[in-house]
Design a protein around this ligand. Structure first.
Ligand code: MBD
Ligand code: FE
Length: 283
């Protein structure tokens, strides 16, 4: 979106996330729309709403407030944010029932395809004065039987030390802290970057206002997003968290898993290093 302001706003990041989602139609593919399926799923959702209204004696003013809020979610472009924070974790849980290999987690609203391709030992694109503690994330991509997967893609994106994502905050350069890292012949990668901060749902938009109105907290623990691809293997989309990190046990998006926690160790120079291997399931 075009803007002259340089501080991120909910409407700004919401609009960018809606644009990114619309542009991803090809990658998503089309859902089947058999009438029996629509009937079964939508009837169950509506029954949940109707039962809630009866159980909680929802009033006319509350119904109208809900309509106004839903309209605002659309107008600010926050549907991708809301859906990924409050719904995607269960979609991922259901998908995971059929999956082997490295545990997945939700993609969230801030993936952008087509980032710079980087060699197996690389530094993520960042500003000259990028803030944050140096972090090295290294590992190997393998098939389930242990075969190393050279030439695999580790597509990585994460927030900066202030908790903002490039492409969704106007003050950040395009492609900042994003890249597609190609593994070496032995499936290995070594990525130099900075420690991301925890992520706060924008408090000035409808999702943040709902969270505040309900007395919840708006935080996700610090995390790295990765999408690991190799020809002939199922793509793994996941997130990696940090041991001891704030909000790890109360992620607003409920997207943490015990298998996805890094425990970086200072190598003696102030750089924290962590190793994590990915195991991909053959198609
Ligand atoms: C994020 O950074 C994120 O990862 C998710 C899932 C939702 C909102 C912001
Ligand atoms: Fe995120």
């Amino acid at each position: 979106m075009t803007t002259t302001q340089d501080s991120p706003t909910a409407a700004g990041s919401g609009a960018s996330a809606s644009d990114a989602f619309k542009a991803s139609k090809e990658r998503r593919g089309d859902a089947a729309v058999a009438p029996e399926r629509v009937d079964a799923v939508v009837s169950a959702i509506l029954k949940g709403v109707h039962d809630t209204i009866r159980e909680h004696q929802v009033s006319y003013p509350e119904f109208q407030a809900a309509k106004a809020w839903l309209m605002e979610v659309g107008e600010t472009g926050e549907w991708p944010l809301f859906m990924d924070v409050f719904v995607e974790h269960v979609i991922e849980e259901v998908a995971a029932e059929q999956q082997q290999g490295t545990k997945g987690s939700i993609e969230g609203p801030y993936y952008l395809p087509g980032q710079a391709k980087l060699g197996s030992a690389c530094t993520l694109p960042c500003r000259d004065d990028e803030k944050g503690d140096p972090l090295v994330f290294e590992g190997q991509v393998r098939a389930l039987d242990g075969t190393p997967l050279g030439g695999a893609e580790v597509d990585i994106w994460h927030a900066d030390a202030d908790g903002y994502y490039s492409g969704f905050a106007p003050h950040l350069p395009e492609g900042n802290l994003r890249g597609v890292v190609i593994t070496d012949g032995d499936g290995r990668f070594t990525i130099s970057t900075v420690q991301p901060a925890p992520y706060q749902i924008p408090t000035d938009g409808p999702t943040g206002k709902l969270i505040e109105a309900a007395g919840w907290h708006p935080w996700r623990p610090a995390h790295l997003h990765v999408m690991v691809r190799a020809e002939g293997y199922r793509t793994v989309t996941t997130q990696l968290y940090f041991a001891g990190g704030e909000w790890l046990d109360s992620d607003v998006a409920e997207a943490t898993k015990p298998e996805l926690i890094l425990d970086p160790v200072d190598d003696g120079t102030g750089t924290r290093r962590s190793s994590y291997d990915f195991n991909l399931e053959a198609l």
